[in-house]
Design a protein around this ligand. Sequence first.
Ligand SMILES: Nc1ncnc2c1ncn2[C@@H]1O[C@H](COP(=O)(O)OP(=O)(O)OP(=O)(O)O)[C@@H](O)[C@H]1O
Ligand SMILES: [Mg+2]
Length: 314
Amino acid sequence: MSILCPGTCSELSTDNINILRSVGIRTVVDFLAHSPDQIANKCSFSHTVVSAIRRALLAQHASLVVSGSNIYHQVSQKLTILHTGIQSIDNLLSGGLLSTELTELAGASAAGKTQLCLAVAARTSLVPKHCVLYISTGADFSSERLRELMILSGSPQKNLSEALEQVKCIHAFDVFRLLEVLHNLPALIHNDSVFYAHLKLVIVDSIAAVIAPIIGGKQIEGHGLMMQVARKLKEIVVEENIAALVTNRVVQSDRNSIKPALGASWLHVPHTRILLTNQREDGTDHSILIRKATIIKSIRQPINLTTRFVLPGN
Ligand SMILES: Nc1ncnc2c1ncn2[C@@H]1O[C@H](COP(=O)(O)OP(=O)(O)OP(=O)(O)O)[C@@H](O)[C@H]1O
Ligand SMILES: [Mg+2]
């Protein structure tokens, strides 16, 4: 709270400040909270003096008025939309993954989580100066498949090595290594490294693999570590203006449905949650595998929007 000081304007002299103090007006807020008439009466100031002080205080202390359209323009200029490489998923997400947001892919084993992560990494790295950090907590990352997905995304052969250079894979087999990688990231981004300076996407495949083993039962530290990972991820996406994509397992919700794992605390972490499911449907000649993606949480879109998708090359 700013105290009234002499010098803001010629009318705010030491003598006038003392008069204001004598009637209990000590701070800028005190002054502005009183009507000009009240101050003029209490202090025996002329209306010209009160108005001059009021104008000077407002000019110095009031926050700038910014229109909603200006804010929207500033935000939309800063945001980056990353296409996923799968048109129906891009349509579902109104364009793709957004910088400053954390998106979660949840699904059972073989639902296509890793394949989708690789597809997003491949598609993102085809854009010049769009680098991807792929944090793999298992052995699912495949550079061969990544290369194949780049070709399927339409990369000309001569640009392949450039695109591959824009993807870095780091293994983190436990939560401590994951926290270390996330902790070091901001410093790397602000260093001179070309790769990290152009980082647009961080993938953690899978977050559940390192967190699920440390929560539940009698473990008391697990929940805290999970929330540290959550806070670090959110800090990075917002402060560094990048997108994050994490994968999660599913657990049985009731007899007929599944829900993402990691419980109620983690539920609040991703901005968008997509549930991936597989279903066999009988075609005329043979059964066909149908893959579905459903938005089950979003800060921007209605939930329960669903799309069918096909993994590239399948
Ligand atoms: N190299 C590949 N080329 C084409 N399709 C593949 C390839 N590898 C895997 N797939 C397809 O993707 C499916 C598995 O997807 P993925 O590995 O993404 O599952 P996941 O959801 O990550 O499972 P998990 O939870 O076990 O890691 C396979 O059933 C297969 O149909
Ligand atoms: Mg996987």
